[in-house]
Design a protein around this ligand. Structure first.
Ligand SMILES: O=C(O)c1ccccc1NCC(=O)[C@H](O)[C@H](O)COP(=O)(O)O
Length: 214
């Protein structure tokens, strides 16, 4: 299973989290987020990481040119589209960046959103399901209805996100079988400042539960 830890801002924390077993790190490229990092800051982190780590930039309602420029400047290997991007826009990003993993994040409110998610599978490599919040796009700490997610089986790999913590991860994975998990505020001291004890606790619980990739 893939494990993505999102909202990395510091190289030392990124390196430590990769050593613990993360398969992917997420970097927030959304200016309004307290976890925002510039392309230069991302590059300073990714150059210190092992090559097998996926480095995912999280964008919301950016243009294709802005995304492509950030990928070039930073060394990102993946792009997560976390705003209101259409299927056509996702496809355009995929065409522009053929060697980059394209992840579409959807903020789920009801069962109907599963049908919407299915419409993106032709345009992206991977889906990510996050919790809905009227004020914040992501990093909210809110959980999804895991029981409802038992009905979600898209034709592409997908990440479960939203309020996952070392304390609830085993319960979540007992109910849902995603291809990967994504955590941010559940392993933080403050926005953008990861709590390495919580990260260690998370991987200890995962090792007892599931086969990690790598
Ligand atoms: O984390 C942010 O600040 C953020 C801001 C704007 C768009 C997306 C953002 N985060 C996206 C993520 O992938 C988070 O990991 C995801 O929302 C889960 O967060 P959490 O519920 O805190 O685990």
């Amino acid at each position: 299973m893939r494990v993505k830890i999102c909202g990395i801002t510091q190289a030392e924390q990124g390196k430590a989290i990769a050593r613990e077993g993360a398969t992917a790190l997420g970097f927030i490229c959304v200016l309004s987020s307290p976890r925002y990092v510039s392309a230069a800051q991302i590059r300073a982190v990714v150059t210190q990481l092992p090559e097998n780590i996926d480095n995912i930039g999280v964008f919301a309602n950016s243009t294709v040119d802005e995304i492509a420029q950030t990928v070039t400047d930073s060394g990102l290997t993946g792009v997560q589209l976390h705003g209101d991007e259409s299927t056509e826009f996702c496809y355009q990003v995929r065409q522009s960046l053929p060697d980059v993993e394209i992840i579409k994040a959807l903020r789920i409110r009801s069962l109907e959103d599963f049908d919407k998610a299915a419409t993106y599978t032709f345009a992206v490599n991977t889906l990510l399901l996050d919790a809905y919040d009227p004020q914040q796009l992501g990093g909210t700490g809110k959980t999804l209805d895991w029981k409802m997610l038992q009905q979600f089986s898209p034709s592409c790999p997908w990440f479960l996100a939203g309020g996952l913590t070392p304390d609830n991860i085993v319960e979540a994975l007992n109910q849902v079988k995603p291809s990967g998990i994504d955590l941010s505020s559940g392993v933080e001291r403050a926005p953008g400042d990861k709590d390495l004890d919580k990260v260690a606790q998370l991987f200890a619980r995962l090792r007892g539960k599931t086969q990690l990739d790598r």
